[in-house]
Design a protein around this ligand. Structure first.
Ligand SMILES: [Zn+2]
Length: 240
């Protein structure tokens, strides 16, 4: 039996509404930064409520709804099993087809508060070749702490995409992974942080691609990458 929103404590119902509004608004960032076409792409954010109802939830985009029609009311609230809760919205409003991948990430990486998936052009072009974006820009050291890694080829339908994301990102400081032949997934402390990682991932994939057209980009020594990452995360960490 699905969890009932109407039975949640008042403070949790208010939090669900706040996160619906936030996630709906953040979806507008994907077309704004030219990361998506048609209805592709999705943003989600975890609601930490295990102390109230025994488990966390997350809010994600509905499946097949165009960006112009996304409203807070249309956002879908799911358990970490990827099952939609009973929140009074129509059954026809089903969660994004990538929900299982988001759910797997939340269930297996407690520090993650937001997840974004797009097929943004340059990042996806690297994914199509199965090549990590090498760390040749200081902004990559700042944001990702090194190269943007490639995750395994995986098809939608079970938890293999989620597993591939988690296994790749656990081994890396990067908040972005390029799933081979598919596209980028990014994580963050919240949905906004994951959207920022998606924007930055596309930007560096584009810049390094252009650099490659002109010659061989110069790698940044690991020691310098480490100091860029430490400084950015510690000095600028509050401002993300
Ligand atoms: Zn996809």
């Amino acid at each position: 039996m699905a969890l009932q929103l109407s039975e949640f404590p008042e403070q949790l119902r208010a939090e669900v509404q706040r996160v619906r509004e936030l996630v709906a608004a953040l979806h507008a960032e994907l077309p704004r930064w030219e990361l998506v076409v048609w209805t592709a792409g999705n943003v989600s954010q975890r609601i930490r409520c295990a102390d109230l109802i025994g488990e966390d939830l997350f809010v994600i985009k509905p499946s097949g709804v165009s960006y112009d029609e996304l409203t807070p009311e249309k956002m879908v609230v799911c358990t970490l099993d990827g099952v939609k809760i009973d929140d009074g919205t129509p059954d026809a409003l089903t969660p994004s087809s990538d929900t299982a991948a988001h759910a797997y990430v939340y269930a297996h990486m407690d520090r993650v508060g937001g997840v974004v998936h797009t097929h943004s052009t340059y990042a996806t072009a690297w994914a199509a070749r199965g090549e990590a974006v090498p760390c040749v820009l200081t902004m990559m050291g700042d944001e990702f702490g090194g190269a943007i890694p490639v995750g395994p080829f995986a098809l939608i339908g079970d938890d293999s995409i989620g597993r591939g994301i988690v296994e790749t990102l656990r081994e890396s400081r990067s908040r972005a992974v390029l799933m081979q032949n598919h596209g980028p997934f990014t994580i963050g402390t919240d949905a906004r942080d994951a959207v920022k990682a998606a924007v930055m991932c596309e930007e560096v994939a584009r810049t390094v691609h252009i650099a490659r057209q002109l010659g061989e980009p110069i790698p940044i020594p690991q020691e310098q990458v480490d100091s860029l990452f430490d400084r950015y995360q510690n000095v600028y960490g509050q401002k993300k």
